[in-house]
Design a protein around this ligand. Structure first.
Ligand SMILES: Cc1cc2nc3c(=O)[nH]c(=O)nc-3n(C[C@H](O)[C@H](O)[C@H](O)COP(=O)(O)OP(=O)(O)OC[C@H]3O[C@@H](n4cnc5c(N)ncnc54)[C@H](O)[C@@H]3O)c2cc1C
Ligand SMILES: Cc1ncc(C[n+]2csc(CCOP(=O)(O)OP(=O)(O)O)c2C)c(N)n1
Ligand SMILES: [Mg+2]
Length: 569
């Protein structure tokens, strides 16, 4: 078979059912071979960034490696943002790019870009293939590298002649030649014992739960760990969903826009147990003042994360689930009621925080829209957010109980992520209700993918939180640049009319009383619906830890037109 046919066969063997991409000269043989596949459906994106995020959406919703295609040159460079995003959030994205024929490499050939050179720092692994006989082993290796240990993106660049050449294919002879997997001593005994000693003697402990718990598939073991140790849990943005929001031991999100009581509890803690999280700067604030009185335990699969940002007292390098299971039999049940009661005091009366009970002031707040969305969907939807204020309000006001139901770009914080990633999430979880929560700015970055929704006949709902600003940047200008709103006021098209032009139903909501019926009507429709929520323009996300400030130095909402965080989930 040809190299191109072989690639398709290998993808089928890996269980791939959907590939997103855009064809061009250098990957045409690959597309031609796709015509012979009965298993793989191709989803034509409108921009390669969209193709990358569609594949990411599938990977984030399932945890399995997923594939996108791009042609050489501009096709490959267009997909870079999705690759970098996958690197920072540890997503097993496999990007297969076409390359100019081997004999033309280095001649500034038409659409030639050294894409492995360009992607060196933003991939977990990348490789150029110029011989058909190397394809089978290399593609098999790509899947192993993408999903093993700490997952990440792999780019495979295949020259056009390698796609066209013929080769034999024998699955067994194409066995991956990777360095033998090191059998890690999951618990370096000394570190393990020290961790146990700290766990069994702490008086004010807090668990910091991160996305690694979901990557490890360790939700049940984690829950057992929480019950046995009786330690409250703070979540990172990307950890949301690994432990039910409705569980009384779940305090909520930590960090820059985390709940005030969570950040205060972290600062007052005498022990932090970080599980599958990487102490991002959005989480810690100023490292010099971060949880100064707390000893720290780090459970983490990637040794490079240990002591990278925060120095820890005990590090257990290994899979979160395995490590927690190993610790469990040695954990003493402890009474933390005084500490838990103190945190409850910090939290205050939930009735006071209930935004639902606030009288309708005639203003439409994003927080209301998202809290209503949570109520109407009973927290059961997959919500895919973009980046900005709406993303933080989603994290605060939509309470997730299930893993992989919040899909969001955390590390790279890529505007334009949500619409294509939601298309991927819907492909991966066709029976789930999928909502896009996106700002008026980010939506304009990838709104061309509305055409993909129509062409592929996908039912997703799109909630644009339209505040007329690049809101999160405007907020920084309000707080730190004396309200000089340079380049943040934003002209947008009439989004409902735009949706109609694409063949999608568009609605506009300007008052609070319309929110619930419009959400309900969108849910009832069997086709995609876009809702343009015209929300308060100069609202800000509170609390906020200014970049580089101590975690407890939060800017709080001034004399509330709207309370800071939502009611109890
Ligand atoms: C506008 C904006 C504001 C933000 N504000 C906040 C905020 O207020 N609070 C907040 O928390 N975040 C915030 N973020 C997100 C933040 O930037 C980080 O993306 C996030 O904190 C990372 O969470 P994490 O460490 O759990 O996940 P990841 O970055 O995905 O890290 C997961 C960690 O788990 C490890 N791991 C992987 N597999 C396993 C395994 N099997 N076992 C054990 N470990 C494993 C990985 O090696 C990695 O270290 C914000 C982002 C944006 C864009
Ligand atoms: C691709 C990209 N460019 C720029 C930024 C910087 N940025 C972060 S949030 C934001 C504003 C987002 O505006 P909008 O999409 O309207 O959402 P809002 O904050 O108003 O909810 C910008 C420009 C980014 N995160 N990503
Ligand atoms: Mg906006």
């Amino acid at each position: 078979m040809t190299g191109a046919q072989l690639i398709i066969r290998l993808l089928e063997r890996q269980g791939i059912r959907i590939v997103s991409g855009i064809p061009g000269g250098a990957n045409l043989p690959l597309y031609d071979a796709l015509s012979q596949s009965r298993q793989i459906r191709h989803v034509l994106a409108r921009h390669e960034q969209g193709a990358g995020f569609i594949a990411q959406g599938m990977a984030r919703a399932t945890g399995t490696p997923q594939v996108c295609f791009a042609t050489s040159g501009p096709g490959a460079t267009n997909v870079l943002t999705a690759v970098a995003d996958a690197k920072l959030d540890s997503i097993p994205l496999i990007c297969i790019t076409g390359q100019v024929p081997t004999t033309m490499i280095g001649t500034d050939a038409f659409q030639e870009v050294d894409i492995t050179g360009v992607t060196m720092p933003i991939t977990k692994h990348n490789v150029v293939l110029s011989k058909a006989e190397d394809i089978a082993r290399t593609v098999r290796e790509a899947f192993i590298v993408a999903k093993s240990g700490r997952p990440g993106p792999v780019l495979v660049d295949i020259t056009k002649d390698a796609q066209q050449a013929t080769t034999e294919f024998n699955w067994d002879e194409a066995a991956p030649k990777l360095p033998p997997k090191k059998i890690r001593n999951n618990h370096d005994q000394e570190e393990f014992d020290r961790a146990l000693e700290l766990l069994n003697s702490a008086k004010r402990p807090v668990i910091l739960a991160g996305r690694g718990i979901m990557l490890s598939g360790a939700m049940r073991t984690f829950e057992k760990f929480v019950r046995t140790s009786n330690i409250p849990v703070a979540m990172t943005l990307l950890g949301i969903g690994c432990f039910p929001a409705t569980d009384p031991m779940n305090l909520g999100m930590m960090g820059m826009h985390g709940e005030a009581w969570v950040n205060t509890a972290i600062q007052e803690a005498d022990l932090l147990i970080a599980v599958g999280m990487r102490f991002d700067d959005r989480v810690t604030g100023d490292l010099r003042t971060y949880a100064k009185n707390a000893r720290k335990i780090h459970i983490e699969v990637d040794r490079a994360e240990i002591n990278k940002n925060v120095k820890v007292d005990a590090a257990i390098v290994g899979d979160a689930g395995e490590t927690l299971a190993n610790l469990l039999p040695h954990i003493h049940e402890r009474d933390h009621s005084a500490w838990l009661a103190h945190i409850k005091d910090l939290k205050g009366d939930s009735a006071v925080r209930d935004i639902q009970s606030l009288p309708d002031s005639g203003h439409l707040y994003a927080a209301h829209v998202i809290n209503d969305l949570w109520k109407v969907t009973k927290g059961g939807a997959i919500v895919v957010t973009d980046v900005g204020q709406h993303q933080m309000w989603e994290a605060q006001y939509y309470h997730h109980n299930e893993p992989r139901t919040l899909i969001t770009s955390g590390g790279l914080g890529t505007m334009g992520f949500a619409l294509p990633a939601a298309i991927g999430a819907k492909f991966a979880r066709p029976d789930s209700e999928v909502w896009v929560v996106v700002g008026d700015g980010g939506f304009q970055m990838t709104m061309c993918e509305l055409a993909t929704i129509v062409q592929e006949k996908i039912k997703i709902n799109i909630a644009i939180i339209n505040n007329g600003y690049l809101g999160m940047v405007r907020q920084w200008q309000e707080f730190f640049y004396d309200k000089r709103y340079v380049a943040t006021p934003l002209v947008a098209p009439d989004f409902a009319a735009l949706a109609n032009a694409f063949g999608i139903r568009g609605e506009r909501v300007t008052t609070r009383k319309e929110v619930v019926p419009t959400i309900e009507s969108a849910r009832g429709a069997d086709h995609a619906v876009l809702i343009d929520f015209r929300v308060e323009q100069e609202d800000s996300v509170y609390p906020m830890v200014p970049a580089g400030a101590a975690l407890h130095e939060m800017i709080r909402r001034p004399n509330n037109p709207l309370v800071e965080t939502a009611s109890e989930p």
